[in-house]
Write a protein that binds this ligand. Structure first.
Ligand SMILES: Nc1nc2c(c(=O)[nH]1)N[C@H]1C(S)=C(S)[C@@H](COP(=O)(O)O)O[C@H]1N2
Ligand SMILES: [Mo]
Length: 247
């Protein structure tokens, strides 16, 4: 176990501490996948520091029902692909979520399968990097529950989210197993509206909005992100954003 103090001391020690911080970050797998080298990025320190300070899974704030917003902005229109439009037209009857990778039992879930699992609701704030936010209630299955169900293997380090559009992303296990990380199929008591990610979206309460991938089609458990897409863990680095977007 690493003490907070040890990390903070190494983090604040300036140039001479950077080598030590790099060694620690490497040892605890705390270099984000879009940064190869600690010295190019304060982001590695941000990620490593937050991870070590939040080991005990503090929860993001939850709100009273009276605080639910009146307006729910949308960022990222529904995918204009034939297959997604067909799913919408069929009311997602033939939609399936594939869960594969480093799992004992790869599985394909229909929407009703997911609705049959223990459900969890939470009222939290969604915060977009563009400067707006709203509070809503989301209902779904905890990602941790699903990962247990399919038997995610001990060597798993990341969970990758593949949507019907190009905005794929991934989480480390700390956020994937966090009790507020939800695969949501309902919003404010209604089925998830199409523009908010129907039929299933991710909700990550401790990171900025773009991490909450909408329009999910497949989830892959992996020990490395190097062989997936650009190898950097998400579409974000291609667009000038960082993979880790902790709040
Ligand atoms: N698949 C997919 N997921 C996505 C996006 C997207 O364009 N495609 N936009 C992201 C961004 S930037 C934000 S802020 C939120 C917006 O969620 P909302 O439209 O439900 O408010 O979804 C995120 N998830
Ligand atoms: Mo966003």
């Amino acid at each position: 176990m690493i003490s907070r103090r040890k990390l903070i001391v190494s983090g604040f020690a300036g140039a001479t501490g950077l080598g030590a911080a790099a060694a620690l970050a490497r040892r605890y797998n705390l270099i984000p996948p879009d940064r190869n080298n600690l010295f190019v990025a304060g982001e590695t320190l941000t990620y490593a520091t937050q991870r070590l300070l939040t080991l005990h899974q503090p929860l993001a704030r939850e709100f009273d029902r009276s605080r639910i917003s009146n307006v729910f902005p949308v960022n990222g229109d529904p995918p204009e692909t034939e297959i997604y439009e067909r799913h919408v037209a069929e009311n997602f009857q033939n939609w399936r979520l594939t869960v594969d990778g480093l799992v004992a039992h790869p599985f394909t879930f229909a929407l009703d399968d997911l609705k049959g699992l223990p459900s969890h609701s939470q009222i939290t704030m969604h915060i977009c990097e563009e400067g707006w936010s709203y509070i809503a209630e989301w209902t779904g299955v905890r990602l941790s529950y699903l990962l247990n169900l399919v038997g995610a293997q001990p060597q798993a380090k990341y969970v990758v989210f593949h949507p019907f559009d190009k905005n794929w992303d991934s989480l480390d296990m700390a956020d994937a197993l966090h009790p507020q990380t939800l695969l949501a199929y309902a919003m404010n008591g209604d089925p998830l509206p199409t523009q908010h990610g129907a039929p299933l979206r991710l909700r990550v309460t401790r990171q900025i909005g773009y991490k909450s991938v909408k329009y999910l089609s497949r989830i892959t458990v992996t020990d490395t992100l190097k062989n997936i897409g650009n190898g950097l863990g998400s579409v974000s680095p291609d667009l000038g954003y960082s993979w880790y977007a902790g709040i």
